[in-house]
Design a binder for this molecule. Sequence first.
Ligand code: PLP
Length: 397
Amino acid sequence: MTGKGFSTRAVHGAAAPPTVQQPASVPIYQTSTWRFSSSEEFAEVLASARPGHAYGRGYGNPTVEAFESVMADLEETEAAFGFSSGASAIFTTLLLLARRDGAGPGRIVASRHLYGGTYSLFAEVMPTLGIEVDLIDAADLDVVAGALEGASAFYCETIANPLCRVLDLPALAELCREKGVPTVVDSTFASPWLCAPSSFGFDFVVHSVTKFIAGHSDVIGGVVCCSAEDRKRIRHLAIEVGGAMQPFDAWLTVRGLESLDVRIRRQCSNAQLLADALAEDQRIVVVHYPGLTGHPDHETARRLFRQDAYGGVLSVEVDGGVDEAVRWCDALQVAWIGASLGGAHTLVCHPASTTHRQVARESRREFGLADGLVRISAGLEDGGDLVDDFVQALKAV
Ligand code: PLP
């Protein structure tokens, strides 16, 4: 850059050095735009007529692509597309299917056991776009079969937030295939470690990467794993509506994924320890955890999950209502009160007043979301310390 002014040198001096050996850490390409040698090259890359990168709103970034390729591999799909949040991955995937390639708004059939944010997307947002959503009891295959006629998508969660219901995913995928209805599953609670729903026949597997996948409570991200053809359609729509994953988040997530196996093993064993201990306590009405033999979906979970493990989240109903649940949470000393799950710290929340506040009281009752319910995301602490903490805090109830 000799002969150029200070500012020109400051802007152009730091070309990425090519390396002979591969670095252990995927480089962060923290750039929003790319330089082309000609306008023709620029136009062709934008139009996907030749490989390359153009702009950071979904046109591609090598760090994000590194994340996408590892996710596709773990979810056993041909491809994946990264999003800036789980919510944007869910919305974009369902918008793609519900607008039926421009043929007008369609209808989504969804399990009624859902994360509260997805519930309000279905109840508040989709109808304003003309998209109807039928919330049904997806554990009843006859009910599902009756609702599928003419639907544009079927949607459910692998382990549903927060009651940890596990649906018969292979049977649901088969039913939807017979009816020609594309299937979408939010597998956030399971992570690809417990199962790969594409192997059960699901077309789109979405995740809030924010949770177990990134794993350290420092990223908001999402992903959809699907066929290469569907990825093209998702990418096309994501470029229009925004919400593509950004390189630093992809970098943190790739780093987090390297330890997913060891992290989630500990989270599952801590969740099981807590479930076993709390299920014995007189002050507890019920523990919802698929690892307990008394859970209605224990056998389904055993059949679907590849490990003898049942996830890092459980929900526990204390004897009483809102006041007792809140007092229990407030008396915890090791576990933290907070949003999210799947991180290193054990987190608790009271769904009725936080994550599921959007669900009307009557509907909460109907879905089994008791006022005294507390959701626990088991972290990486010592299991004995967690059990002691939750038991000591019950004195405050
Ligand atoms: N899906 C599930 C099951 C969740 O629990 C959440 C958030 O809590 C989301 C999706 C939304 O993800 P994000 O917060 O990354 O947008």
